[in-house]
Design a protein around this ligand. Structure first.
Ligand code: ATP
Ligand code: MG
Length: 556
């Protein structure tokens, strides 16, 4: 499937034409922007847009602004603004000193609206929202408004009074005078200002009229000198209106809008509204729950900036919305962690293994590489003694599973880096619960080699029972059982995976883990894990499973 992703980048093709000699932007610095609405945390879909906006600027040695699109004051919140900045920085992008709020331009937008009225290109309309809908027309019938031909002076007066707060919410709107018969309904005299008495998180109660997105956005872009305004496909049908505003009001520059496809990922939901519902209704543990597709959630899960940027690069850019397999995101993380994560041993479902012929009280040290893929990461010392912890599943009374080469009475197994041990039996309680496993070690196999060359098929991980730490390990699965939980016929909360979080409280890890400055680990044979943000508080170590070792993507 990786091969299906195309490397063609039509955005760059357009820009190449635009900046070439004779092009519309010849000789100009390419200038993009990322305009999030601060009404929630950023998700992996935004990461795609961020990589396109900032990445395009980087490619052309240009600039990319960060602009909070806060023209709609109903749900904005300062908390989100800070989180958005943090997430973009974390991804590795920099807006320099070009951080803006769309609300900074309210005065200028108002002036633009007045200009349109004066040019007889906008009018105050008194239809109620219901009437606007009713008079909208259809493909063969034009829309209508009895207020369309109201004199310029009257509209100017009413618009000023709208601003002054003389009319109640919803009583009047300002509409652009474009084309009531247009096949594109966005051009049928769209509303560009409405009355809405709501306290704005930055401008307070200064305004009781607010501009609509389609009117505000091209003005924001032009005021900032944006050359290329990159956005998602749903704005394609709005482009004629973008251009109309741009071309009919006096503005310092003429930005070009280019659309690309929205990213969807299987087994998750992407819209902020739905993510907020998951948080507010307690389906997850907050915006940064490691099961969330938010950037803070992915970060807490163990995703690295490199893995996400790489993912965004490789899914490419297209003109058709598509859903990418979650396994491909995991594949990109696994690739990165395979290079960078420190190898360590952890036992997540422990049972004691007692080496009955190993001297009591004796301890040996072994040196082990931190990352065989990266020798520069060095080595560390681990200890071995008479008792260690192994995974419960690494013992069986008999090898009833085909290909089972681990511990069962009579079988020899390599304890990673130390010795070959031969299983001699086990102890169970009255319910058959496994209590201890017994083995004898062969002192001639130090380092895990057999001097006589006998083949040892199984190698298992372990931790020294006399030198280890307790840890809590959180195992995750997809948040949704259905690959597409968010289609029109489904209520996404009905498809939440009840097994998406499993907490293992009784795990044993190498002692060195509490001192390690590293945060990302490969627990050998189990998967990639990272330290949770709550780890270390009240002395408890907590790890999140980031991704399994096995690649579900390649398999497909
Ligand atoms: P949501 O429905 O999740 O709130 P949005 O488009 O309303 O999405 P904004 O904060 O307005 O969110 O988005 C900021 C930028 O990120 C926009 O340019 C938007 O096109 C882009 N973006 C949002 N979601 C995606 C996505 N799934 N894939 C690609 N780009 C996206
Ligand atoms: Mg939005």
């Amino acid at each position: 499937m990786a091969e299906e992703f195309s490397n063609a980048n039509f955005i760059h093709d357009f820009i190449d034409e635009d900046i070439a000699p004779g092009g519309d932007y010849a000789g100009m610095t390419v200038h993009t922007r990322f305009p999030p609405e601060p009404n929630g945390y950023l998700h992996i879909g935004h990461a795609k847009a961020i990589c396109i906006d900032f990445g395009t600027a980087e490619k052309y040695n240009g600039l990319c602004n960060l602009r909070m699109d806060d023209t709609n004051p109903t749900k904005e919140d300062e908390e989100y603004v800070d989180a958005i900045k943090e997430d973009i920085k974390w991804l590795g992008f920099d807006w320099g000193d070009r951080f803006y709020f769309a609300s900074q331009y309210f005065e200028k937008m108002y002036e633009c609206a007045v200009e349109l009225i004066e040019k007889n290109l906008a009018y105050v309309c008194e239809l109620t929202p219901e009437q606007v809908k009713e008079y909208r027309g259809d493909v063969s019938t034009p829309a209508k408004s009895p207020y369309r031909d109201r004199p310029v002076e009257e509209s100017l007066d009413l618009f000023k009074r709208m601003k002054a707060g003389e009319f109640e919410d919803g009583k009047m709107t300002l509409r652009a005078k474009i084309d009531l018969a247009s096949g594109n309904f966005n051009m049928r005299d769209p509303v560009i200002y409405r009355i809405n008495r709501i306290t704005h998180h930055r401008t307070g109660n200064d305004w009781c009229i607010y501009p609509m997105y389609d009117f505000a956005h091209p003005i924001e872009d032009a005021l900032e000198g944006i050359t290329h305004s990159l956005c998602t496909l749903e704005f394609e049908a709005h482009r004629p209106l973008y251009d109309w505003v741009r071309d009919n009001v006096t503005l310092p520059s003429k930005p070009r809008q280019i659309e690309f496809s929205r990213l969807g990922i299987t087994n998750t939901v992407m819209s902020k509204r739905k993510l907020r519902k998951l948080v507010e209704d307690g389906f997850v543990d907050g915006w940064d729950d490691p099961r969330m597709p938010t950037l803070c959630g992915l970060r807490r899960r163990g995703y690295t900036p490199a893995s996400i940027r790489n993912f965004c690069e490789r899914i490419g850019i297209s003109k058709t919305n598509s859903t990418v397999d979650y396994a491909f995101l995991e594949h990109c993380l696994r690739e990165d962690l395979n290079e960078t994560a420190e190898r360590t041993m952890a036992v997540i479902d422990p049972v004691k293994l007692i080496i009955t012929n190993y001297p009591e009280g004796q301890t040996e040290e072994f040196e082990i590489e931190n990352n065989p893929n990266n020798p520069a990461d060095g080595t560390r010392k681990i200890t071995f003694s008479r008792e260690c912890y192994i995974e419960r599943s690494d013992y069986m009374d008999a090898p009833v599973v085909k290909g089972y080469f681990r511990l069962y009475p009579g079988n020899e197994v390599r304890l990673k880096t130390t010795y070959i041990v031969k299983c001699t039996g086990c102890k169970r309680d009255e319910n058959g619960e496994l209590l201890e496993v017994y083995a004898e070690y062969d002192p001639a196999t130090r380092g895990g080699n057999t001097p006589d060359g006998r083949k040892i098929k199984g190698t298992i991980h372990w931790v020294d029972a006399n030198n280890c730490l307790d840890a809590e390990v959180r195992m995750y699965e997809n948040l949704f059982t259905d690959p597409e939980p968010d289609t029109a016929d489904k209520n996404f909360v009905d498809y939440i995976n009840p097994n998406s979080l499993k907490i293992l409280k009784n795990c044993k890890v190498e002692k060195g883990l509490s001192e390690s400055s590293k945060t990302h680990f490969q627990f050998m044979r189990i998967g990639y894990f990272c330290t949770d943000k709550d780890s270390g508080k009240d002395g408890k170590l907590i790890f999140n499973k980031s991704v399994s070792l096995k690649d579900g993507f390649k398999k497909k």
